[in-house]
Design a binder for this molecule. Structure first.
Ligand code: ZN
Length: 472
């Protein structure tokens, strides 16, 4: 990896302590809104680096912001640090073996995500100070990306109102600018209440909440044929009413996750799901209560920032993975299917190259990927601040996200190299924007053009608070 630019050298100067931070967070995997120790690690690092720290952003105990520099434009670099349930896995081992049975694991690489973003912010801070440049850089430590929509609550609280541009990234199979495509979504809990009764002696006196959930699921499944293309509906049973089949279940709770291309499509779809729930309650003579857990907007791209970030990728070149990296990655890739590997190529708009284990290229900016579209709460930030995201290669090509294989690769040498590489891309993008006022102006004009007809409407109802208890 060449290191011809000052900002890249500043990333390298500090990289060891941020790799260590990533490894520590990997070792304490914590779920949505319960990231107390991981957040404390991030706060300690911000303080050690001399950032001015604001805790409990948007009244969320595990959201933090650190700022450095003075006057000038404000560049936000966003990080995350939440883990996933059930994805515990020993580091570096290419066969399933949890560290803790049913334990949490960093199956989406957010240990790397937070550390690389703070490393980039730190390098920009050092660059500003060394060169006497007016400008501020902020690191936003954003919790609960995996379903808590924390960034939406942070946007709603005004945490980004004076930010000029926002930069983030996500681990991936390949390195390149992220294609801005993601689905708007909302999570809603439906709780049905009926009447308990002896299931054999007095079934006629019972009203089953579990029946209501089943009828709701059937109704929604019939709706699928008549949804907009690309919409998605998923559900998880939170409470089946208990373990006794000889009791008519008086309560049952199901969580729905409803996704569509944008809020214009999502809002009517959510209304239809709510009608089906009411229908199920009517049919079973139960009642239904609903609670919105989270909601996110679709992601907006920003062409000037995407071109700027791509320039940085091209100047830097791909990560310099070596034979030892490829040998270990090959072991993980051997646990994947051909379809997994092909899907990772298609997602980035690339032809499948059998035998390639780790990324050795920058994905061309004009390629269009297919498939693999999810949701992210970066979406809400992108509606209020010009936003760009990188994809940084940190795993064997084809590794599915939210898998034990991804957790297992979170502390490998190649994940560490990917962390440092993408930090250089983000820091370089930030410095280029600070050194060229025209870029920030054109990024803002691009956002204005995209939102002119459809101004941002926060998808979170005004009375909905962050579901701080959602992981309990
Ligand atoms: Zn993720």
């Amino acid at each position: 990896m060449q290191n011809s630019e000052e900002i890249w050298r500043r990333v390298d100067d500090k990289k060891e302590s941020f790799i260590a931070l990533s490894d520590r967070v990997w070792g304490m995997p914590e779920l949505c809104y319960a990231e107390m120790r991981s957040c404390a690690e991030h706060v300690a690092m911000l303080e050690a680096e001399g950032f001015r720290v604001t805790r409990s952003v948007a009244d969320i105990p595990t959201a933090v912001m650190g700022e450095a520099g003075s006057e000038g434009p404000v560049i936000a670099i966003l990080g995350e640090f939440d883990a996933l349930p059930g994805l515990s896995q020993e580091a570096g081992l290419a066969e399933p073996k949890p560290v803790e049975a049913n334990g949490n694991g960093h199956g989406c690489g957010h240990n790397l995500l937070g550390s690389a973003s703070m490393l980039a912010a730190t390098a920009v801070k050092d660059y500003l100070a060394a060169n006497g440049i007016k400008g501020r850089v902020r690191y936003y430590g954003c919790p609960a990306e995996e379903g808590g929509a924390a960034k939406g609550f942070m946007v709603r609280s005004g945490a980004f109102k004076d930010v000029d541009i926002a930069i983030s990234w996500h681990p991936a199979s390949f390195s390149g600018v992220n294609e801005a495509e993601s689905l708007a979504n909302t999570r809603i809990d439906f709780t049905f209440t009926g009447r308990a009764s002896h299931a054999a002696a007095a079934p006629h006196l019972g009203r089953s909440a579990l029946d209501a959930v089943e009828l709701m699921n059937v109704g929604v499944n019939y709706m699928r044929e008549h949804m907009p293309d690309g919409a998605r509906v998923h559900y998880a049973m939170l409470d089946g009413g208990g373990v006794a089949p000889n009791v008519v279940q008086a309560r049952a709770k199901v969580r729905y996750l409803i996704r569509a291309a944008d809020l214009t499509q999502l809002t009517p779809l959510v209304a239809r799901v709510r009608k089906i729930a009411e229908g199920a309650a009517l049919m079973t003579e139960t009642t239904v209560e609903t609670r919105v857990v989270s909601a996110v907007s679709n992601l907006l791209g920003n062409e000037p920032l995407e071109r700027l970030m791509h320039d940085n990728f091209m100047r830097l070149g791909p990560p310099d993975f070596d034979d030892a990296d490829r040998a270990l990655a090959a072991k993980f890739q051997a646990t994947l299917t051909k379809e997994d590997i092909a899907a990772a190529h298609y997602r980035h708009g690339l032809k499948v190259e059998p035998g390639k284990v780790l990324c050795d290229q920058i994905v061309p900016i004009e390629t269009e990927g297919s498939g693999g579209v999810g949701s992210t709460d970066v979406g809400d930030v992108s509606w209020v601040v010009p936003t760009v995201q990188a994809r940084g290669a940190t795993c064997a090509i084809g590794t599915p996200f939210h898998s034990w294989q991804l957790t297992g690769q979170g502390k490998t040498g190649y994940a560490h190299k990917g962390l440092v590489h993408v930090a250089k891309v983000m820091a370089g993008t930030a410095v280029d924007a600070l050194n060229n006022a025209g870029i920030i102006a054109s990024a803002k004009a691009d956002l204005k053009a995209r939102t002119g007809d459809t101004p941002y409407v926060c998808p979170l109802p005004a009375d909905v608070r962050p579901a701080l208890d959602m992981s309990r």
